[in-house]
Ligand binder design. Structure first.
Ligand code: GLC
Length: 581
């Protein structure tokens, strides 16, 4: 029946090379909440190592591990006090070596987190800077500025911390220091060549230990506009529709790129494809492509996909824009729905679009759990068919929801405290993983301790409840990953399909654009349909976001569907992959 338009080239044309990261599925482990081997209630590296066979069986290609370095844990490890060691909370360097070795043995790659925008205020570099004279070389590692003699209580400019409140704090001698995040996370001065040199040493330290790459934290923040001018917009305004992130004098400044060109040269000295992935919350999407130009990052997280509304034209627009931008520079597009900073999809997708941004406001209405679960399954099913590289955040494969009702006294995210609870923060997506329904702490830790309390409903979602149960969220994800691999979807080429023409002829993105972003008419406008083609054939994917079910044509054979209600038709909020006979 329908074939992709012969007159237009598809998106994501097959790359000339087959580097692993172009199509990899990468699983994010958040160490403190994954698995606790020593029973102190906080997950650790031996815990992660013990679960690697589970990840292997799940079918992912790589693991990205959030920070496990020595840290006062003011921002759950994103406040690093030593880049070249392991916090005793999580284990030892020998545990890290063993983890890397075991992962490689199982055929899994390992990506570690690099946090270059700021250190902890406990880092020896900052301790040294604090005791040194204003204007000294030691202070020049950070962003210190003199107080205004006329008004010493006024910060050097109007910048706001991402976590709320001013982005400046005072050191004991009255100079201010910049922190785009918590006051315990002073920003480094990337104009200082010593800082650049130090970080190249950090890269080599971990590359020498065998890691396959780095996820680079706040990659869009390292360089600030010369003279540190006032921001013309508030943080809230900057997050508004159509606003370029680079309008803020501290985000997405052109100077960041030379840092990454230098890092990539270091990575390229090592054998076997070491990678960097940028955490860059940047708008418009075309600016992201600058981070993945040849010679810089191999990948950047596609946060526009994570933030897209649950709406067919919004999703089509986002997918098309993402492919267009990345295709220009020959980079794989990435797909991500979840991480340790955002509301879990099984909750977020059942909330209104005002909650789609990454930061939680308070209070949050209690969403419909069945709706959330259905949409989360649909979103994951659609995502894992898309060519390029995909990310899964621990627990996403279980359909875990956001824990909204954590008591105040257990909340640890600095966002909660810096906004006096006006923003709930991110603890609700960081609750420890349920492994066994009937064990203490749901198998997270043998002692039964857990750094955040797990809700009773987590029992039903535990790994052992879902394993082998046909139709469970976990088994769905396993099937999707196996089929994605088998059908080579990660390296396929992509074409939109217009199901609204009646003839079934594929119209592709050009037709989508001509009809003002809506494919076809009527019910088809609420459907996102696309073909992914490889040498082995075409896989058609249909995501129905409309109110009426989409009847499955006779020549469409269901390969996998987001839930068992897909039989003769694809109902609302469901997805199916088809082979076309
Ligand atoms: C990144 C991390 C987040 C952290 C922040 C400051 O956005 O993902 O968890 O709080 O950077 O390091």
């Amino acid at each position: 029946m329908s074939q992709p338009s012969p007159t237009r080239s598809p998106f994501h044309p097959a790359a000339a090379t087959d580097e692993w990261w172009r199509s990899a599925v990468i699983y994010q482990v958040y160490p403190r909440s994954f698995a606790d081997a020593d029973g102190d209630g906080i997950g650790d590296l031996p815990g992660i190592a013990s679960k690697l066979p589970y990840l292997r069986e799940l079918g992912v290609d790589a693991v990205w591990i959030s920070p496990f370095y020595p840290s006062p844990q003011s921002d759950a490890g994103y406040d690093v006090a030593d880049y070249c060691d392991v916090d005793s909370l999580f284990g030892t360097l020998a545990d890290a070596d063993a983890l890397i070795f075991r992962a490689h043995d199982l055929g899994l790659r390992v990506i570690v987190d690099l946090v270059p925008n700021h250190t902890s205020d406990r880092h020896p570099w900052f301790r040294r800077a604090l005791v040194a004279e204003p204007g000294s070389p030691e202070r020049d590692w950070y962003m210190f500025r003199d107080a205004d003699p006329e008004d010493p209580e006024r910060p050097p400019n109007n910048w706001e911390s991402v976590f709320g409140g001013p982005a400046w704090s005072k050191s004991p001698d009255g100079q201010w220091y910049l922190h785009l995040f918590d006051s315990s996370q002073p920003d480094l001065n990337w104009e200082n060549p010593c800082v650049r040199e130090a970080f190249e040493g950090v890269l080599r330290f971990w590359l020498d230990r065998g890691v396959d790459g780095f996820r680079v934290d706040v990659a869009h923040g390292l360089v600030k506009a010369a003279g540190l001018p006032d921001a013309a917009q508030t943080t809230e305004e900057l997050q508004g529709e159509g606003m370029a992130t680079s309008a803020a004098p501290y985000w997405d400044q052109d100077g960041v790129h030379e840092i990454y060109l230098a890092w990539r040269k270091v990575l390229d000295e090592y054998p076997s494809d070491r990678v960097m992935v940028a955490e860059a919350w940047v708008e418009p999407y075309a600016r992201i492509a600058r981070y993945v130009r040849p010679g810089e990052f191999q990948q950047a997280f596609n946060f526009s996909f994570l933030d897209a509304a649950w709406d067919a034209s919004a999703l089509r627009e986002c997918i098309e824009e993402s492919f267009r931008a990345n295709d220009v520079v020959g980079a794989p597009t990435t797909w991500v729905l979840s991480n340790h900073d955002v509301i879990r999809p099984a909750t977020r997708l059942a909330l209104g679009p005002e909650h789609f941004a990454s930061q939680l406001g308070a209070p949050i209405p209690a969403p419909d759990p069945a709706l959330g679960a259905r949409r989360a399954r649909a979103a994951t099913t659609a995502m894992l068919a898309l060519p390029g590289s995909a990310y899964l955040y621990q627990g996403e494969e279980l359909g875990l929801f956001e824990v909204l009702d954590l008591p105040e006294e257990v909340r640890q995210d600095p966002t909660f405290h810096r906004t006096n609870g006006r923003r709930l923060g991110r603890d609700g997506c960081r609750v420890p993983i349920p492994w066994q329904a009937d064990a203490p702490a749901y198998g997270f830790s043998e002692s039964g301790a857990a750094w955040l309390p797990q809700p009773a409903r987590y029992g039903d979602l535990a790994v052992d409840r879902q394993e082998g149960r046909s139709g469970s969220h976990l088994e769905l994800v396993r099937t999707l990953l196996a089929m994605r691999r088998e059908r080579g979807l990660g390296t396929g080429s992509f074409d939109f399909v217009d199901l609204g023409t009646g003839s079934g002829a594929a119209a592709g993105a050009d037709a989508v654009a001509e009809s003002g972003g809506a494919a076809g008419s009527g019910a088809a406008a609420d459907i996102v349909a696309f073909d992914v083609t490889t040498a082995a054939g075409t896989t058609r994917v249909v995501l129905n976001l409309g109110a009426s079910a989409w009847p499955i044509p006779a020549d469409h054979r269901v390969l996998v569907a987001s839930d068992p209600t897909v039989t003769d038709s694809v109902p609302t909020d469901r997805v199916a992959w088809f082979a076309i006979d």
